[in-house]
Design a protein around this ligand. Structure first.
Ligand SMILES: *[C@@H]1O[C@H](CO)[C@@H](O)[C@H](O)[C@H]1NC(C)=O
Length: 324
């Protein structure tokens, strides 16, 4: 079913040395994985959320709903079930306490506002037909060290919507060190082929150090936007992983793909193709189909780890319970 294309490690290392670091001044290539796990990098840089105060700790949906109306720093202790979708306002940080806090059958929406940080939370099962997190006309958002999942790739694919969707000209977003797993529709950037007037020139998102496993599609799927994916680990995708559509510009680098059908693709599902560049990735039993070469050069400084150690680093450093 899959094409087989593996990149030897020595070729990969040579590519990092002669390609990435010299041709692109924004990137410093690293031979071993040593990325800082507690740093905001990428398009979401500058997001400060609710600042550094102690904040309010909440242990029920009612307390969370009240705290969300105030903003600032909100700490969720334990798993809150059935909160539905809670709107977050500007200048808010939501943090989980310990490794086992979060929402079940609930989620967050950031709509027509910005400067929001969401970290260290487990999100399991959105309310039916909804997203776990949706960003809608949202700017400056950082989502980091969270765990997103539902019941797996079984049953009705439309029972739940996305794990983390970025739509309606949302902009300046970083999504880092998360685990996305066991779900049909992962992360959609740009919701419709017909929304170019609003979305073109926006939807700038960095995805780095994310661990994707057993997600069927949209890892992410991008229409119109500008998306940089680096140092991520993928396995078990049967439909497609990074899907660039409707003239989107996507750069995928330093990532590891195993048993991933269409790891990077530009001609699926939309009226127009997208653009993509892939470099320094590791493909094992995985294929790509790029019809239009991309030109994205990220405007920020970042350091790309070597694809060969990304999966092992993410196994211990992604998801909840890592940051304090
Ligand atoms: C990370 O993803 C890989 C495959 O992409 C999966 O095998 C592994 O279990 C995941 N690790 C964790 C800690 O979730």
């Amino acid at each position: 079913m899959y094409f087989i294309r593996s990149v030897g490690l020595s070729a990969l290392a040579a590519g990092l040395v002669s390609g990435t670091s010299i041709n692109d001044p924004g990137v410093v290539a690293r031979q071993a994985c040593s990325a800082s796990v507690d740093e905001l990098v990428g398009y979401g840089s500058g997001t400060t959320g609710g600042g550094s105060g102690t904040g309010t700790t909440v242990t029920s949906c009612a307390e969370l709903a009240s705290a969300a109306k105030v903003g600032g720093v909100i700490k969720i202790s334990g798993t809150l079930t059935g909160c539905d979708i809670i709107d977050l306002k500007a200048d808010t940080t939501v943090l989980g306490v310990g490794a086992n806090s979060g929402l079940a059958n609930g989620g967050f929406r950031v709509r027509r506002t910005g400067n929001v940080i969401i970290r260290n939370l487990n999100f399991h099962n959105p309310p039916e037909k909804k997203d776990l997190i949706s960003l809608d006309q949202a700017t400056q958002v950082w989502i980091d060290h969270c765990d997103f999942s539902s019941e797996g790739i079984t049953g009705d694919k439309d029972r739940f919507d996305g794990l983390l969707d970025v739509t309606h000209a949302s902009d300046f977003v970083t999504i880092s060190w998360n685990k996305f797993h066991d779900h049909w529709k992962g992360s959609l950037v740009g919701h419709s082929d017909n929304n170019g007037d609003e979305d073109t020139g926006h939807l700038r998102v960095t995805y780095h150090h994310n661990n994707w496993s057993n997600v069927n599609s949209r890892l992410p799927s991008v229409r119109f936007g500008t998306v940089h994916v680096y140092n991520s680990c993928y396995e078990g995708t049967e439909t497609s992983a990074v899907n660039s559509r409707m003239g989107a510009q996507v750069l995928v680098e330093g990532s590891s793909f195993t048993n991933t059908h269409l790891a990077v693709v530009t001609d699926l599902d939309s009226k127009e193709d997208g653009f993509a560049t892939e470099r320094n990735n590791l493909f094992v039993n995985s294929d790509t189909r790029i019809t239009q070469a991309g030109s994205l050069k990220p405007p920020y400084a970042y350091t790309a780890d070597d694809a060969s150690c990304v999966c092992s680093v993410l196994a211990s450093q992604a998801g909840t319970g890592i940051i304090g």
